[in-house]
Design a protein around this ligand. Structure first.
Ligand code: ADP
Length: 303
């Protein structure tokens, strides 16, 4: 069941078209990703969902409400991650959570949130004394303190070290498992691939593709590559004769076979029939990164 519906959303700032006819829906209980390079229009899109921006055209419905007209009601049900340094430096973690809880009719037990987020021992620490990772985790706690039905998390793990990123991903999965629908804005491919049930690739204000991570990869995966070192000389014709194979190349002792369909099975069957062992066998899969390039014509990380 869709709990967020965005239809033909348009938003410009002066001459800049930030969002250009974006439509998508988010189902209850999913982690929905919005992935794209900086400036693609991701934040503007979610700010329209949160009722922080007024669309120029198009409609947005969140839990059956209009985010602008019913902003007060939706604020109770949609938790948003604060952008950095919106908190006063001298506020302690406990004071910030107390303050934010007071905005909600049914706040969560924030002591528990701190336990889950690994911030329990920072309760009395001032905001300015927290590390980047701790500030980030506090911003997640603040997004969840109102017991929201939907949490909008924008650039969740920017600035975190690799371990803190993985911990944060585990946490987001726990949050989803507790029944919260999550909209995740990110420009990190690995994060999107790991967490999202479905994701919209957004580029220059438009949705280039919307699918599961695996679906996006398979759309782009026209070709695969199998690499190995044959244990005995191998006649290329044995491989090029296979319908799955489009090319055979050599690099040093390695044979590289490009093709489609069930390439790995076709290649290994031929090798087995000819009593050749494939050492260092590797299959090079298409990644979400490759999919982004195939679907938008450019790399995600060139900014
Ligand atoms: P993203 O979140 O994908 O980085 P944004 O939605 O923040 O993208 O921005 C989309 C485009 O709109 C960018 O070109 C950005 O410079 C521009 N933009 C965003 N906010 C404003 C604003 N308040 N005023 C003018 N231009 C803006």
């Amino acid at each position: 069941m869709a709990i967020i519906e965005v239809t033909n959303l348009h938003k410009r700032y002066g001459d800049t078209v930030a969002v250009d006819d974006v439509s998508f829906s988010v189902d209850e209980g999913e982690i929905f990703g919005i992935l794209g390079p900086n400036g693609a229009g991701k934040t503007t899109t979610v700010e329209c969902v949160e009722g922080l921006r007024v669309p120029d055209r198009g409609t947005v419905t969140v839990l059956g409400h209009d985010p602008i007209q019913d902003r007060g009601e939706l604020r109770q049900q949609v938790g948003a991650q604060l952008q950095e340094s919106r908190l006063q430096d001298k506020l302690t973690v406990a004071e910030a959570l107390d303050l934010y809880s007071s905005f909600y009719r049914q706040p969560a037990d924030w002591n528990r949130l701190l336990e889950v987020l690994g911030l329990a021992d920072k309760r009395n620490t001032q905001y300015r004394k927290l590390s980047g990772g701790q500030k980030q985790r506090l911003s997640i706690a603040l997004a969840l303190v109102g017991n929201p039905k939907i949490a909008v998390l924008d650039e969740l793990t920017t600035g975190l070290d690799p371990q803190a990123r993985r911990d944060t991903w585990d946490l987001i999965e726990q949050v989803r498992n507790s029944g919260v629908t999550i909209v995740l804005v990110t420009h990190f491919m690995d994060e999107a691939e790991r967490l999202c049930d479905r994701l919209a690739l957004i580029d220059s204000g438009r949705i280039a593709a919307l699918d599961t991570p695996a679906g996006l990869v398979s759309r782009a995966a026209q070709e695969q590559r199998v690499r190995f070192r044959p244990s005995a000389p191998l006649d290329d014709d044995l491989l090029t004769g296979l319908p799955e194979v489009t090319a055979v190349q050599h690099s040093g002792q390695q044979t590289i076979v490009t093709g489609t369909g069930n390439l790995l099975h076709a290649v290994t069957s031929v090798l087995a029939r000819n009593q050749i062992v494939a050492a260092d066998l590797r299959v090079e899969q298409t990644t979400l990164d490759d999919a982004f390039i195939a679907l938008t014509g450019r790399r995600l990380d060139t900014e």
